[in-house]
Design a protein around this ligand. Sequence first.
Ligand code: HOC
Length: 386
Amino acid sequence: PLSNMQNAYDFEQVAKNILPKDAWAYYSCGSDDEISMRENHYAYQRVYFRPRICVDVKEIDTSTTLLGSETSVPFYVTATALAKLGHPEGECSIARGAGKEGVIQMISTLSSMSLKEIADARIPGATQWFQLYINEDRKIAKEMVKEAENLGMKAIFITVDAPSLGNREKDKRMKFVNDTDVDLGDTVDRDSGASKALSSFIDCSVNWKDIKQVKSWTHLPVLIKGVQTVEDVIEAYDAGCQGVVLSNHGGRQLDTSPPPIELLAETVPVMKKLNKLRPDFEILIDGGVKRGTDVLKAVAIGGKDVRVGVGIGRPFLYANSGYGEEGVRKLIQLLKDELVMDMRLLGVTKIEDLTSRHVDTRRLIGREAINYLYDSVYIPIDAVKF
Ligand code: HOC
């Protein structure tokens, strides 16, 4: 029963047991040897806390704002495709569960229900964002952006890490039986898994000119999702985007692309040194997040320099698959409870009080320990290896 669920791992076990094998293969797969998928998660274990003692931690507040919207926690439900493979109410039960807990939902272009249905499921006052895949026919992309804006979405995230499909072998062995509302036309290859079928929607010629064009279509904040180097964070900043999502698509695209938490620890001091941080530029991060401690580590690395929000994907698909809206709510409550406990133990009462001094990132592989040191030691920018 739902009351037995203790953490995100429990929901994963339930999903593995109850999902049809094609849905499990699609949700759970990473690419090639799944190194990035595993490392996304393990990299968090290489960040240690620096807990402060004798702080009055009676009152804890986990709320904050992300892109100007209030949220009860610094994490959000990130975009994942085809929620209906796991639960008949698909993205709508996720919308209700997240909304009732004051958590933001990012909605995928490849959702298994229409954007209108998911927007209609929004709880009054809740925030939804739209994740955009750019189709070869730019008119389609423009219409989607306009529709998202009209339906009250509060930001557009353009995913750029999927010009070609990653090698997802578990999924490739399955057939894609489309019982969702995704319309991919009749000529799509349905014999090599869901991902292959979906990939026909995405245009591989997308470049920085398209980003500028999308910006010209909307007044909403436009962010780039799937950024994997500091250089591209800088490009996105210079292109006038309101932020980036450091992400390797949950380890489903280029295998051995870097764990986002490592990239975050590298990015923040570099952007600070280059004086390329402004209050309306936020850095979001997703991949491998399973615990309240993971969330706090990411936010602390951003510290006073940049607001960091944390996306959680698969765990919500699993919670939704097992228990629908109630599962989504329960997972949020468990993570909130973890956040409250962890903040007490860390000696922090508000999200805004987290600083880079609350984490020790020296064990992150291959980095210069820059995040840990930069408050006290001058590190010339050319000492940071790109
Ligand atoms: C070329 C990418 O985000 C997933 C979804 C859909 C990706 C479509 C194919 O499965 O990761």
